[in-house]
Design a protein around this ligand. Sequence first.
Ligand code: 6PG
Length: 276
Amino acid sequence: MYECPIGTLWLESSSGAHVFARLQSRSARSMKLDIRIFKDLEELSRAAAELFVEQAAQSAAERNQFLVALNGGSTPNRLFQLLATEYRKNVDWSKVHVFWGDERCVPPEDPGSSYGQARDMLLNHVPIPQANIHRVKGELDPAAASNDYWRVLKEFASPPLNWPRFDLVYLGMGEDGHTASLFPGSPVDVSEPTMPVIAQYQDRPANRVTLTPLVFNSARVIVFMATGEKKAPTFAEVLGDRYNPERYPAQRIRPDPGTLIWLVDEAAAAQLPEES
Ligand code: 6PG
């Protein structure tokens, strides 16, 4: 557990004492939910970097590799910088295998590429073997890129699963409740590990590939990062009583067995209900 300036909630079982326990009880049987509220993006990003260091060490010790999936968007930029600088020496990069939870279908040099973003801010600055970087081929069309990515994932399958059990997954959340490229209204009952997507969100590339909840929910640890007052109403809904995954795809993320950690700033947490 981290000490954080505002407060930490750790709900392991049906304590029933807190409103968040309702999410815990209606959700996956063996999921641990951990909500941490920080003053700002800087402190949140430091906690995210420390989680990377901890999970990388633990996974390397237990399984001799660390499988991590990164996210795009603006929120992880500071995390990437921190990992590339202050935290660089705290990680055995030879054991790290990097994947992406989703990708925009643009070439790696396009400013919209999540791979390009991580490459420029993080991967070019750490001694990770090139062979350990498993990007989605955004230069292909969504269906072809999705199939290719599935092929890559199979190489890291954790039997009996047909895909890897990620040690750590970072996710963001949009103001509309989407996460990765699982957008409101997208199919809920998916049986494939990867999915091509066409979605308009802000001014970002529309053609995408995403991992599906099948893969996300097999992960050992999932870390959501969300900041800013514009996300506050959605964050409260996602953690609220009503389970409406068609409307709020972030609610579909429930690793079982696994740990779901929300790292949010005060602004994003402003509309959470009071403790009861
Ligand atoms: C992407 C991700 C997306 C992102 C959220 C939050 O755009 O690459 O697919 O799910 O994490 O939209 O984005 P921000 O961090 O920019 O708010």
